[in-house]
Write a protein that binds this ligand. Structure first.
Ligand SMILES: NC(=O)c1ccc[n+]([C@@H]2O[C@H](COP(=O)([O-])OP(=O)(O)OC[C@H]3O[C@@H](n4cnc5c(N)ncnc54)[C@H](O)[C@@H]3O)[C@@H](O)[C@H]2O)c1
Length: 244
């Protein structure tokens, strides 16, 4: 029988957006690596937690720390796609994108910080390659993900003396329900899927597991000297100009 891998054994983790896509893969991989995990999402997870609710986030993190006997691994992954050019974007769409993708991280980190400071823990968030460079028709989404990259650096500096590390993962196009919604919002979804693959020098879409493996590394003690990093996992997408 294969030996159980233990890269995260003893880690107590809380994962937002854990009910689907990248988050669900993170939960699976963390458990395979020996972590104790509470997944949180609007549905399909261990606890219902809407990252737009300060009270909901505070309660979910307090209950998780109580149940697991502490918390040392926070994963801020919940997010939504926001499509549209800025000048035509409805104010409620702007607000919702910012509230979930960026302020949701603030709420989770604020609630988890005392536990992370006690354990010398980690914060690993899901940003995007479009937090590093711009993408057409996604102004608000890009701004939220650039915000995640910068928040990560700030949290790394603010947390260093308390032994807290903060990093983020920047996925390229990854086959999940969120990407499918994005594709369906394009004029020609089939052509958009092909075009998305062609953008990547390693000519395929990412998988949720590709992303989860990066979260395992950054949350593990193997990355004990890595903080403030925005790790691209993107098949080379944002490496440079690529003509196929
Ligand atoms: N799929 C991609 O190509 C891609 C690329 C770059 C970044 N990302 C980011 O990856 C993360 C995960 O997305 P995914 O692709 O797995 O999509 P997904 O839609 O499968 O998963 C996102 C999860 O977040 C949850 N969520 C949404 N709003 C929430 C809220 N208010 N409170 C709590 N949970 C909420 C959803 O219910 C869902 O389970 C997101 O932050 C997304 O922006 C995805």
């Amino acid at each position: 029988m294969a030996e159980q891998s233990t890269r995260l054994s003893g880690k107590k983790a809380f994962v937002t957006g854990g009910g689907s896509g990248i988050g669900a893969a993170i939960v699976r991989r963390f458990r395979e690596e020996g972590a104790d995990v509470v997944s949180a999402d609007l549905e399909g997870a261990d606890v219902v937690c809407d990252v737009r609710s300060t009270d909901g986030v505070n309660a979910a993190i307090a209950e998780t720390a109580e149940r697991l006997g502490g918390l040392d691994t926070l994963v801020c992954n919940a997010g939504i796609s926001v499509l549209g050019q800025l000048h035509e974007l409805a104010e409620e769409d702007w607000d919702e994108g910012l509230d979930i993708n960026l302020k949701g991280i603030y709420r989770c980190v604020r609630a988890a910080w005392p536990h992370l400071a006690e354990s010398g823990g980690t914060i690993t968030s899901t940003a995007s390659v479009v937090g590093l460079w711009a993408s057409q028709n996604q102004a608000a989404y890009c701004a939220t993900k650039a915000g995640v990259v910068m928040l990560t650096k700030c949290m790394a500096l603010d947390g260093a003396k308390a032994g807290i590390r903060a990093n983020c993962v920047c996925p390229g196009f990854t086959a999940t329900p969120l990407l499918e919604t994005f594709m369906e919002g394009q004029d020609d979804p089939a052509a958009s899927r092909e075009a998305a693959v062609a953008l990547h020098p390693i000519a395929r879409l990412g998988t949720a597991e590709d992303m989860a493996d990066a979260f395992v590394y950054l949350s593990s003690d193997e990355a004990s000297w890595v903080t403030g990093e925005a790790l691209r996992v993107d098949g080379g997408l944002a490496t440079g100009i690529w003509g196929g």
